[in-house]
Design a protein around this ligand. Structure first.
Ligand SMILES: [Mg+2]
Length: 231
């Protein structure tokens, strides 16, 4: 075996990125529940992306309360809770496995590879992730908000190596290129591969520190190609 473990990014890699237009609709529903101006609420939701990923907000309730406070909007607990429910249900609806994700992970397990996940995300995402068809095929999942660090922090890759008990050079990392994740995975000693999504509408996704357009390293256009890389 060329590698002992394959580690995946989540959004844009194992699941589709949330379509921005659909995501905005959910945020506007949340805003109306807490009586906040929809556009300001949406803007502040995206402005707090980093804090959400770092786990600064221990709950989405705290995130929403922070936004309402910033906007000078008075709201109560039950409305905030309802807004979180809308977010969770909307997230579950939008989180769709990418083609071949389950099939690939099942194959990797059959062939005795260790499998891992590193995702920059808020604290609600792990709950939705657990319902994905491939969730049980992943040996070790790291969610940034639960460990208080996010990509491209090299420590998050080191933590993955420790938890999987695999040397960095024996790990393949597959990601769609947000958060400079490929360059940082390389710096952490892993073998990074860009996965491109030809079907994705690039104007309808939210990206941060995207390096997919400039990436000179190995790249694939479908998860199905991962098998060719490891065999
Ligand atoms: Mg991604």
């Amino acid at each position: 075996m060329k590698y002992a473990a394959v580690i995946f990014d989540l959004f844009g890699t194992l699941v589709d990125k949330f379509p921005l237009e659909e995501h905005r609709k959910i945020l506007q529903q949340m805003a109306s529940v807490v009586s906040a101006p929809p556009d300001d609420f949406t803007r502040l939701w995206f402005d707090t992306y980093e804090e959400r990923g770092m786990g600064t907000f221990q709950s989405y309730e705290a995130n929403i309360e922070y936004i309402c406070q910033k906007l000078g909007v008075k709201t109560d607990n039950s409305h905030v809770k309802f807004a979180v429910k809308i977010n969770r249900e909307g997230g579950a609806r939008l989180m769709k496995p990418r083609p071949h994700s389950t099939e690939l992970l099942a194959y990797l397990k059959t062939e005795n590879y260790k499998t891992g996940l590193i995702s920059d995300c808020g604290v609600e995402i792990p709950k939705i992730f657990n319902n994905m068809p491939f969730a049980l095929l992943i040996d070790m999942a790291i969610f940034s908000s639960l460990v208080g660090m996010q990509k491209p922090d090299l420590r998050i890759y080191q933590l993955a190596a420790e938890r999987l008990e695999v040397k960095p050079e024996d790990r393949l990392y597959i990601g769609d290129g947000d958060s400079n994740e490929l360059t940082s995975a390389l710096e952490a000693g892993m073998q990074p591969v860009l996965v491109r999504n030809p079907a994705e509408d690039h104007n309808d996704v939210y990206r941060t520190y995207f390096e997919g357009d400039d990436w000179q390293g190995p790249a694939i256009s479908s998860l199905r190609e991962v098998r060719d890389l490891i065999e």
